[in-house]
Design a protein around this ligand. Structure first.
Ligand SMILES: [Zn+2]
Length: 164
């Protein structure tokens, strides 16, 4: 049992938080007084704390922002091909232009070629020699129907295709 230095009430040791630095291993204030003192301190320092917290968030958020930005950029760069292939495959399946026997490795090589050229600054895209959607012919999404060409050329070609 000991008397609280705050409220003066004599209370059992369990009513005081532990504090190894003190002789009896307990706080000078009882748990209730300690809690009240904590709240008072928070109220007294409210403005200062708020500013500190704000500064902390600003610092760490901006740090994290930069981190996440570079992380997502790196991830995209490393997985660009995967994203692209997935997108194309989905589109082709929808159009029923990609047969099950399509050589996926050969297709991938064409994408890789296009991406390499694009990274080198060339404005290229992948073109279907025989268009996928045409009144008379229907091309397939297979490697021998694909080529890497400049974007402008592809736009000019549009879906104009000579049927011999
Ligand atoms: Zn007390």
């Amino acid at each position: 049992m000991k008397a609280c230095k705050g409220c003066g009430v004599v209370k059992p040791a369990a009513e005081f938080h532990r504090r190894r630095a003190n002789k009896d291993g307990r706080q000078r204030l009882c748990k209730l007084c300690h809690h009240a003192a904590n709240i008072k301190w928070l109220q007294d320092n409210h403005d200062e704390l708020r500013l500190k917290l704000k500064a902390y968030h600003a610092k760490h958020y901006s740090k994290n922002k930069a981190h996440w930005k570079s992380y997502s950029r790196k991830y995209y760069k490393e997985n660009y091909l995967k994203f692209y292939e997935k997108m194309v495959r989905r589109k082709m399946i929808k159009r029923k232009a990609m047969p099950v026997w399509a050589d996926k490795t050969a297709l991938r090589k064409i994408y890789e070629k296009a991406i390499k050229r694009r990274m080198a600054g060339e404005d290229v895209q992948i073109d279907h020699v025989v268009p996928l959607q045409h009144k008379l012919v229907c091309g397939l999404h297979v490697h021998y129907n694909l080529r890497v060409i400049h974007r402008l050329k592809n736009a000019e070609k549009s879906n104009y295709f000579k049927v011999n």
